[in-house]
Design a protein around this ligand. Structure first.
Ligand code: FES
Ligand code: FES
Length: 182
């Protein structure tokens, strides 16, 4: 069985599809930036974006992915030119072993594309399906908030929601990021 999907903007065909998951076919085709943790839908390490929605690719039958649009971490920035989300994670030291980070970043991308200026609570809720065994989450939550500001700067959107003449509060302070995602 063969499926064709759009992978990071390129039409890509995968052959020999059996009972594999989307994660299986990505990794066996060299897209190893998408990580396998639990393989049971619990950790979120395998998160990719399918048709604009973050999904856990270990749970997604590959056969159901024919014709969809898939984004993986390989489609974001490069070593020389990081995506703003990647840069925010690096600059805020929001990683230790890094194993959860591709999934965190893809989850963050989907969150910020649907909600460019999330509150602290919305960031927590948005990342609640992704676990990290190292960081304690604090720096990840700060990095997502920072990434929202960087992406707003790139798009020209006002990070304060567009209140003309209002006070321009810094989104990296006065936050409430204690503890981990719920
Ligand atoms: S590997 Fe998919 S959720 Fe853990
Ligand atoms: S940085 Fe190690 S699992 Fe998150």
């Amino acid at each position: 069985m063969e499926i064709t999907l759009t992978l990071n903007g390129e039409e890509t065909t995968f052959a020999g599809i059996g009972s594999e998951s989307l994660l299986d076919i990505l990794r066996r085709s060299g897209y190893t930036g998408t990580k396998r943790g639990c393989n049971t839908g619990d950790c979120g390490f395998c998160t990719v974006i399918v048709d604009g929605q973050p999904i856990k690719s270990c749970l997604e039958p590959a056969i159901r992915s024919d014709g969809v649009d898939v984004e993986t971490i390989e489609g974001l920035g490069t070593q020389d030119e990081l995506h703003p989300i990647q840069a925010a994670f690096v600059d805020n030291a929001a990683l230790q072993c890094g194993f959860c980070i591709p999934g965190m970043i893809m989850r963050t991308k989907a969150l910020l594309e649907s909600n460019p200026d999330p509150t602290a609570a919305e960031i927590r809720a948005g990342l609640s399906g992704n676990l990290c065994r190292c960081t304690g989450y604090e720096k990840i939550l700060v990095a997502v908030d920072d990434a929202a500001s960087r992406m707003a700067d790139e798009t020209g959107l006002a990070a304060d929601g567009g209140r003309l003449g209002g006070s321009q509060s810094c989104s990296s302070c006065d936050c409430d990021f204690g503890g981990g995602p719920e």
